[in-house]
Design a protein around this ligand. Sequence first.
Ligand SMILES: NC(=O)c1ccc[n+]([C@@H]2O[C@H](COP(=O)([O-])OP(=O)(O)OC[C@H]3O[C@@H](n4cnc5c(N)ncnc54)[C@H](O)[C@@H]3O)[C@@H](O)[C@H]2O)c1
Length: 469
Amino acid sequence: MTPATRLPELPVVCVQGLGFVGVAMATAVADARDRHGAPLFNVIGVELPTTEGVAKVDAINAGQLPLATTDRKLADAFAQAVARGNLIATTDERCYALASVVVVDVPLDVVREGQTPSVNLSDFRSAIRTLGRHLEPSALVIVETTVPPGTTTKVVAPELAVALAERGLHEDGVLIAYSYERVMPGPGYLDSIVNFPRSYAGHTSAAADAAEAFLSKVIDTKTHPLTRLGSTTACETAKVLENSYRAVTIALMEEWGRFAEAVGIDLFEVVRAIRVRPTHSNMRQPGFGVGGYCLPKDPLLGAVAARELHDRLDLEFPFSTQAVAVNEVMPLVSLARIETALGDLSGTSIVVMGVSYRPDVGDTRYSPTETFVRDARARGATVTCHDPMVRYWPELELEVHAELPSLAGVDAIVFAVSHPQYPALDLATWLDGARPLVLDANDVLTDAQRALLRRRGCTVLSIGRGGST
Ligand SMILES: NC(=O)c1ccc[n+]([C@@H]2O[C@H](COP(=O)([O-])OP(=O)(O)OC[C@H]3O[C@@H](n4cnc5c(N)ncnc54)[C@H](O)[C@@H]3O)[C@@H](O)[C@H]2O)c1
C-alpha cells in the first residue's frame, strides 16, 4: 500500500510548474491542515516532460527537494508531505482532470530585442490550453505567474473558453482568479508564502470568493488578512508596480553611491540615519547589482501591457525603463573600480565571492555576478568563483568553489553577495601573507574585517563608501 492510499479522499490541488515558486507553493498547500491537524489537500505537482521536468518530478517523488534551500521549515514540510503521500509529482497532464484547484506557476520571460521589451505568450497560452483540455467545470484556476496587467482577462479567460468550448463545455465553466506570489527564496522561504500578506482578485465574483476560500486554507489569514482587488488587471498591476517600485528605488541609490565614493563618505551610515524616519524605514542601499527572475524583468511589464494588451502606444514608463537599465550595468561599476585600481585587467586573477542573485539562495538566474564575470573575462581576467549555495553555475557552465580558493597569485577579491558565512570568515588565515585588492561590493564585510585587511596590507575599496571608510 502506498502512503497516498492511506489518506482520506481530499480535494486535489495541481500546481502547474515546479520551479522556485511552484515547489514551495505545492509544499505550502500540502502542509495546509484543518484544526485537528489533518491535511486538507492532496497535491500533484505537474511539470513538462522535458529532461529538466522529468528530473524534478523524479526528485520530488524520491523525497528530494529539487532546489537548494537553507529553510529547514520548507525542507521539513516537503519531506513530511512526500512521506505522508499527499504531495506527488508527474508530467502527465491528464491529472488536471482530478483537480478542484490549479495553481499556475509557469514562467513568462520578457524578450529584449532592441529597445522594445516584449513577451512571447505562446508557452504561457499553451500551459493554459492544457488546463482547458482536462479541467472539470467548476474547477478553480489561480494564476500566480507574473504577467503584463490585463493577461488574465485578455489571454487566460479566452484561451480557457476556447478549450472548454471544444469539449462542448460552457465557456464560463471554470473559475479564474489571479493572486501573485511574494515568495522569497532564502531562510524564510515557506513563511514568505504561508505567513505573509497576499492579494487576489477574481475574473468573476464567484471566482474571487473561491480563491479567497482556498487561499484562507493555505495562508495564515488571521495574522495576514487577504486583500481583494476589484479586478484581475488591478491585482496583476499590483505585482508589477510592487517590483517596479523596488527596482526604481534600488537604481536611485546607484547615483548616491557614486557620490559617496567621490566625496569620501559612508552611504550606509547615511542610509541608517535616514531609515529612523518611519516613512523611509525601508530605504534601499548601494550594492553590487540586481538579479533573480523578477526584478530585472518585471518593471518592463507595464510598458509591454500598455502596448501589447491595451493598444496604448502613447504610454511610456521612463522611470521603470531607466531603473532596469541602471540596475543591469551596476556590476560593471564594481569591475571598473577594480580596473582603475589595478590599471589593466588583462592577465589578472580575480576571486568572486558569491554567484547567486541574493544571500542564502542557490538561484543564479540573471545574477549580477554573471555580468561581472563575463565582462571581466572579456577584458582578459581569470575569474575564480566561490559560493556556499551553488556548486554548479549553469549559465556559465562553471564549477563553483565551496572551499575558499588559494589566494596565491590573486590580484583582487570581490565580495559580491552578502551570504551570512562571509562576515564570519577568518580572513587573516585565508590571506596567508597574500595582499590582494579587496572590493566590498555589497556591504558584506564587517568594519573589523575591513580594518584587518588594511592592517595586513590590502587595499580595501567599497561600493557606497569613499576613501578609507
Ligand atoms: N522566483 C521567485 O522568487 C518569484 C517570486 C515571485 C513571483 N515569481 C514569478 O513566478 C513565476 C514562476 O517563477 P519561478 O521562479 O518558479 O520559475 P522557474 O523557471 O523556476 O519554474 C517554472 C517551471 O515551470 C515549468 N513549466 C513551464 N511550462 C509548463 C507547463 N506548461 N506545464 C508544467 N510546467 C511548466 C518549467 O519547466 C519550470 O520548471 C514567474 O512568473 C515569476 O516571475 C517568481
